[in-house]
Every structure is written in C-alpha cells, then in structure tokens.
Design a protein around this ligand. Structure first.
Ligand code: DQQ
Length: 539
C-alpha cells in the first residue's frame, strides 16, 4: 500500500508505515539502545497491538527489527500493551508488559531474551507461568496496566507500580517480589489522585546539585491521564524502607500539575542510560489529523526527540533537553546576531537554509522595554497557560509580545505556525517571586489551508525572572509535521503536530516576528539544516 511521505519526519522516530503509540521497555543493553513501541502491524489505526522493536547505537539512526512481543497465549491473546524493561543485577533484561487475556482482563506478563549473546535481543520468551500479576478481587480488571521498570529496595525485594483506577480515582498500585515471578500487592498504593485512570506511570530518582551546592535527590512520579490526554508529574521524598512517597508540598496533582510537555505528548517513559550517565525521556505524539487522513497517508504517530531529563538546580521543576546526539544531524548553519525587530507588527525572514522544513533553531530574544508589559488579568490567576494563550493568539497585539518564530511558513505567509512568548506584569507582587509572568505558546491556527484539522493552541508558563535575565531562550526542532520547542533552556516544552499544504519540503520558510509594542532584539539565532536519520529495516 502506498505511503504518503510528504509530512513524514526526517529525524523524529517513526516506523516506515502503520500506527504507532507508546514507547515501551526502553533500555540500554551492552552498547545498544532498545526501543519497543505499541504498534499495529496491519494498519494506520490503533489495533492488533504488538511490541515492535528497534535498535540504535546513538538514538539517532535505527534498525527496525521484527516485533519482539506479540500475542501467543491465553495471557495475551487480545493484545500486548504497554510495559517496561528492567535490567537485573546479573545483566539479564526482563520485560514486563500488560497482556489482554482471553477474558479481556488486563494481566501482567514477563518475557526474557531467548539468546543473550544476540546483541539485538531479537527473540523473547514468555514463561508458561504467565501471567505473573493478575487483577485480584477488588481490582478493576479493565483498568490495570502499564507496569513500570522495577527497582530493588535495601531489603533486596523488587518493587514496581501499575496504573489503575477505582471509580474516578487514579492509583499507582505497588507490587513486590523476591524473584520477579511471584508478586504480592502492597497494602498501600504509592500515590493516587482524583483524576481518573492513571496510565503509563513512571517512577525514578533524580539528582541534581542544588543552588546551595549540596546534592539533592528526589523521586519523580509521572502519570498519563486518559481523560484529558495529558501527563503530569510530581517529585518528592521516597522512603525506601517504608515504600512511601510524599510529593513536595508546593507541587500540585492533576490538572494544575507540572508537565513534561504542554503540547501533544503522551504515554512517556524514561530509562537510565548507564553509558552516558543520564536519564532519557521518550514520549509519543499522536496525529491531530482525522483517522481517515491517517489511513490515507498510511501512517500515524511519531515519537518526540529523546530528551535528557534532570532536576533544576533550584529544585522547583524538571528540565529537559534533546539528547546531544541529534546535533550530529546538523548541517548548514545560518546565524543572525543583534537584530532588532521593532514593535508593532514587524518580522524578518531567516534565509539561507536549504531545508527549513527540517531544521533545528536556537534563538535568544531580548525584551527592550519591559515596562510595556500589560498587567496580568487577575481573572487569569489560577487559569492555565493554554486558556490565556487561546484568548490571546499570535496575532493579538500585546505590550511585550507576542514575539517569536513563524515556522513552516508558506510564501504568502498564509500558512505559518507561531511559537512565541508573551510577558505580563503582575500586580499582585508582594515582594516575593517574579514580577512578570512569561508565557510560551504554540499557535497552529494558521498552520494549514486544510480544513477540519484539530488545531489546539498549547501553552505553558516559563519560570524565568525576565527582569533579571532580560532574555528568553528558545530552541525549536522543525520536522515537516512536528514543531517541538523548548523554552528557558528546557524549562518548558511544547510539541505540536501541524499539516501544512504549501509550506512543505523546500517550500517552507522561517521567520522571526514581533506583534508586541516593545522592540525585541534577536541577540543570537543559529539555525541548522537537519539531515535525516538512517532507518534500516532488517529483513
Ligand atoms: N496505550 C496502551 C495502554 C496504555 C495506553 C495500549 C496509553 O497500555 O495505557 O496501546 O496510551
């Protein structure tokens, strides 16, 4: 069947065709990164779910292998859903995933590599004693899935959590085992929230040198909310002996929680990369086009660029940055320095790139007249950034901002996706905290001539003290139908899917715009053509 590749990505992970969703069981084993993912081998819609498998030595180029886990027994006859890998102390990796069993129940199964000397670990064996965790009485058997990577307590006992719900309450259910085979539920869940089902939980330690110079260790708990299709995380203290997790008091659960990404990003999972001593985050970005369009194109779903994740030195949030390896794809480079964009609706083109539809842009914007910032409407206090941005899109003139990039822009500028900032003054300044509110937005409302597209505005606040720094840094990865942006050196991320009809391939253009009253200076902008990742299918 024909695959329409016009808007396929050049360096974001996607299989040659068909449907893909959650990243699964990501791990590093003997020099090779393994990425498994939810995949439909037959069509560009969700269904027939198996664990497809790809390997890489650099997180950029991939060898696509045959699916590793697919239905074989009564314990997964109706699908092999999400799960995680754990590397045991003797070096053996084990996968635990959710099987949909003959009765439609969600059960947890394990699988081990057939041949540890195969560097690609192509074949996986499921022991006959599966499932290893079945939903007990009192557990909702149709909402009991997505086991995390396991960790070992000081007592040598393994622990993991499974996402579940009880009516409207989501839970990270805790299980324990000595041998990875017999698992027992803990009396108390690790955490819960009044949010509906918790899918794809992830629980892991992060360490960072604090501003006081002392190392801080926290544990992060991330969950994916199936009702709203967004993820949030908290971090706090995990007591290894008592198995209790207490999020830091300042952090909210649910809708007001912190997010890895304020855009199209779901079912994510991290893994520890022992080779580079970092934690790497993978997320899935769904299409925002119709199912019929997905089927016509022959493909659906991409993965976000793998991101390094760490705790901010001030201990207030996580930071993320695209793994350094993708910079190996950078080609021709253009630079703009100290260029003023006057207030009142001005813009200029960044010229000289061969492939502005496949590019990596790093820019720093200096606000010339912060006094022009409009007061932050008290009605917006407590509102999420998205509400504010939807009310004040990229074309709504402001005091400081909107300014930023128009990416994937067509010749006559009718198609364009805006990635921008807006700065407001806070009147509630009681001496504490920043005196300004900085908003980062993604406005795709003009991104395409095509009709009937889902074009949500996405936005997040950035915790920067603009009065002190004067500048806002932005990095945007442009990849045909992906616009993935990082504001404030990785404090706020927004991934968006867009479907231009004219700003396609070498027709796409890149601009800097300023629709605010205050002048803005582009102190430095580096834009790079990006090469394409090499994807080879092993036959
Ligand atoms: N996708 C999987 C589930 C998971 C959901 C099924 C999240 O295991 O809860 O494909 O996107």
């Amino acid at each position: 069947k024909h695959v329409d590749d016009k808007l396929r990505t050049g360096f974001h992970f996607q299989p040659p065709k068909h449907w893909i969703n959650d990243p699964n069981g990501v791990m590093y084993y003997k020099g090779v990164y393994h990425l498994f993912y939810q995949y439909n081998p037959k069509a560009a819609v969700w269904g027939n779910i198996v664990w497809a498998h790809a390997v890489s030595t650099d997180l950029v180029d991939w060898v696509m292998l045959e699916p590793a886990i697919y239905p074989t027994g009564p314990f997964d006859e109706n699908g092999c859903w999400s799960g995680s890998a754990t590397v045991l102390p003797d070096g053996t990796p084990v996968i635990m995933y959710t099987g949909i069993d003959v009765d439609g129940r969600q059960v947890q199964n394990v699988a081990y590599p057939k041949d540890l000397s195969d560097p690609y670990l192509r074949e996986w064996v499921k022991p006959d004693y599966n499932p290893v965790i079945a939903p007990d009485a009192g557990v909702n058997a149709t909402a009991f899935r997505d086991p995390t990577t396991a960790w070992q307590g000081p007592d040598g006992v393994w622990r993991l959590v499974i996402g579940t719900k009880d009516n409207h309450r989501g839970f990270a259910a805790l299980y324990r085992s000595r041998d990875f085979k017999r698992w027992a539920p803990a009396r108390r869940a690790l955490h819960s929230g009044d949010t509906g089902m918790w899918e794809c939980p992830d629980f892991y330690p992060v360490t960072s040198p604090g501003v006081d110079g002392r190392m801080k260790q926290k544990h992060v708990l991330k969950v994916s909310l199936d009702l709203t299709r967004f993820e949030y995380y908290t971090f706090g203290e995990y007591d290894h002996a008592a198995d209790t997790y207490v999020p830091d008091a300042a952090l909210a659960d649910g809708n007001d929680g912190l997010r890895y990404d304020y855009g199209n990003f779901y079912a994510s999972k991290t893994f520890l990369d022992p080779a580079k001593h970092r934690r790497v985050l993978w997320g899935w970005a769904n299409e925002s086009d119709s199912t019929a369009a997905d089927v016509r194109k022959g493909w659906a779903g991409v993965h976000a660029i793998p991101r390094k994740v760490w705790l901010a030195p001030d201990g207030k949030q996580l930071m993320q940055w695209p793994v350094a390896e993708i910079e190996s794809l950078r080609g021709k480079h253009v630079n703009v320095t100290d260029t003023l964009v006057k207030g009142g609706g001005n813009y200029f083109e960044v010229t000289g790139l061969a492939t502005p539809a496949q590019a990596d842009v790093e820019a720093s914007f200096q606000v010339m007249d912060l006094d022009k910032a409009e007061p932050f409407d008290p009605a917006w206090l407590g509102a999420d950034a998205q509400t504010v941005c939807a009310a004040r899109g990229a074309d709504a003139k402001g005091g400081v901002g909107p300014f930023g990039l128009w990416v994937l822009a067509s010749d006559e500028l009718k198609e364009r996706t805006a990635v921008f900032f807006r700065v407001f003054k806070r009147d509630d300044a009681d001496g504490a905290g920043n005196k300004h509110v900085v908003l980062m937005c993604n406005d795709p409302s003009r991104s395409s001539y095509a009709e009937h597209l889902y074009k949500p505005t996405f936005a997040g606040f950035i915790d920067v003290d603009i009065a002190a720094t004067g500048k806002i840094p932005l990095r945007t990865l442009i990849d045909h139908s992906v616009v993935e942006s990082f504001g404030g050196h990785g404090k706020t991320a927004i991934l968006s899917r867009v479907y231009p009809t004219k700003a396609v391939g070498d027709k796409a253009r890149l601009f800097v715009f300023n629709n605010g009253e205050s002048d803005v200076k582009v102190t430095n902008l580096n834009a790079y053509d990006m090469g394409s990742a090499k994807i080879r299918t092993e036959t």
